[in-house]
Write a protein that binds this ligand. Sequence first.
Ligand SMILES: [Zn+2]
Length: 219
Amino acid sequence: MFAVDHAATALLLKRRYPSVPIAPLLLAVQAMELAWVAFNYLGLERTTTERVVRSVADIHLAWMPYSHSVMTALGGAVLAWVGIEFGMGRRALGRAVGIGIASHLALDLLTHAHDIVLWPGRISPRLGLGLYDAAPMAAFVVEMVYGVVCWWIYRGGRGLLALVVLGNLANLSLFSAAIPGPEGFLAGRPLLVVTLIALQIIVTLVLTGLLAARKQADG
Ligand SMILES: [Zn+2]
């Protein structure tokens, strides 16, 4: 799932756990992606592209067993939950962060090509519903609807809705080979893909946090 919609999950968590500050929730829902960015830069994980990139189907998350395995996500979620709830005595924070980390896996499984392994070192099966490969426009609709539903449940303001809608529309050309866009520049430049995603992560997390707080200030 794309960055703005992962960030939107923090809104659901904030609604369910209103006493928890939103910053750790935002970091939790994108923890796997932030690890993926770092591991790509370090050469531990690998992204590849087709010679021509016309849609997300031409970008392959070829090797990411550490940041995006089922065991990493669930193990990280349980460790964070137990550590924060029982180690620090902060029950709501522990639960919210644990769910946040695990939510990333659930959303990626829904949209990704078959690129998520069970644990590092195991090559198959590779999980993922396959929308990015087989039906990118369906993935676009799923992501847009998910982001808007998160906003609606949170009862966010218009600025937050604009962020969710525009954040999804910004990626529209990536979801259809028929819609031209700047993704052609990504061909053969996997680290540029990683850098653009890193920027999207940072921008959407910061804006989601700021716009979500504005709603609270308004009461
Ligand atoms: Zn991910």
